[in-house]
Design a protein around this ligand. Structure first.
Ligand code: PLP
Length: 377
């Protein structure tokens, strides 16, 4: 197999056939000339169905994840919703008890309207996963590492459980990216991304994606849903995310390096109650993460001694790291998740989530050191 760094640079990147342009053109056309009876000239008809810029991105995403096909969407949530809403009416889905809040809301408010029910389960507890299966369970949805507690799930074991039950395994691979973790090689049938995050990589583009192990009936159902309900990605966004692919492995290496250094620093700090980072040997999912990931990622969360007030003081005292939601950009972002999740927040009050950026590690350590000290004073 071509190595991931090489795939990231070249997949979907053939020079333009008409001009030789090495950077691919952005096709903004919403409609494509066809014959009098709708005969297509180069396979395209209307942008909501498909377009050449999006095709390049989808080719790259499928190659990076080792899937047969990929579909790009206007956001991670659009991708997630399209996958789950394409399951047959009456389906039951297991979702992780720690996961991106949007999945929880989708399961509580929207999927039941489609006749789809969800049960939250600790994906790290395989006995609990088996016990939560119902005859109508059609999918296990995992997110590893998870948002915001960085819980780790054993993808190969979950694939075994799902397939033994005649269900699919889907994996939200947003935190790890295919550079660090390739769920399909471990048995997953579907991989989902918020490409808003590391793929885009610069906090300036919104997108989502689904990668399918097989181009089968489920793929076709999701494609049809996207075409008709219109959750597509704009060509300029597709182009930006494709550009992000090129530097993804290099950026991930730096994110991982900085996160490891910061996690070790925070774990030893007297004002910190706990650090959730799968790269720490003390993390309950460390062994599984070491087995299924090539490195541990750029995300961590910390629990501040003194509860909510102390956590907010630390967040407020940071000077370099920015208080903002989202993740995967060059700048370090810190977020008090419970505040962002609102009324039904599940995140602990003392938890700060950190998207560790690409700054110099020494500067990040100095910033967190001064903020933790200022919050204690
Ligand atoms: N999945 C994970 C793990 C996320 O962190 C997010 C957003 O933060 C999403 C999905 C949703 O993606 P988007 O914001 O692009 O809709």
């Amino acid at each position: 197999m071509t190595r991931i760094e090489t795939l990231a640079v070249h997949a979907g990147g053939e020079p333009d056939a008409d001009t030789g342009a090495v950077s691919p053109p952005i096709h903004l056309a919403t409609t494509f000339r066809h014959g009098p009876a709708g005969e297509r000239r180069a396979g395209y008809e209307y942008q909501r169905e498909s377009n050449p810029t999006q095709d390049r991105l989808e080719t790259a995403l499928a190659a990076l994840e080792g899937g047969e096909s990929a579909l790009a969407f206007g956001s991670g949530m659009a991708a997630m919703a399209a996958a789950l809403e394409s399951l047959p009416n009456g389906s039951h889905v297991l979702i992780p008890s720690d996961c991106y809040t949007g999945l929880r809301v989708l399961g509580a408010e929207f999927l039941p309207e489609r006749g789809i029910t969800t049960t939250a389960v600790d994906m790290g507890d395989l006995a609990a996963v088996r016990a939560a299966l119902r005859p109508e369970t059609r999918m296990i949805w995992t997110e590893t590492p998870s948002n915001p507690r960085l819980c780790v799930a054993d993808i190969a074991a979950l694939a075994g459980i799902a397939h033994g039950h005649g269900a699919l395994l889907a994996c939200d691979n947003t935190f790890a990216t295919p550079v660090l973790q390739r769920p399909m090689a471990l048995g997953a049938d579907l991989v989902m991304h918020s490409t808003t995050k590391y793929f885009g990589g610069h906090s300036d583009v919104m997108g989502g994606a689904l990668v399918f192990a097989r181009r089968d009936g489920f793929h076709d159902a999701v494609f049809h849903r996207r075409h008709v309900t219109g959750g597509i990605l704009a060509p300029f966004s597709a182009w930006l995310i494709l550009r992000g692919c090129r530097s993804l492995p290099a950026r991930m290496a730096w994110h991982c390096r900085n996160a490891r250094v910061l996690a070790q620093f925070l774990a030893a700090h007297p004002a910190v109650a706990a650090v959730h980072y799968p790269g720490l040997a003390t993390h309950p999912g460390h062994e599984v993460a070491a087995r299924q990931m090539s490195d541990f990622g750029g995300m961590l969360s910390l629990r501040v001694k003194g509860g909510r007030a102390a956590a907010l003081r630390v967040a407020g005292a940071l000077k370099l790291a920015i208080n903002a939601t989202s993740l995967g950009g060059p700048e370090t972002l810190v977020e008090h998740r419970a505040s962002i999740e609102g009324a039904n927040a599940l995140s602990p009050d003392d938890l700060l989530r950190v998207s560790v950026g690409l700054e110099a590690a020494e500067d990040l350590l100095a910033d967190f050191a001064q903020a933790l000290d200022a919050a204690r004073a």
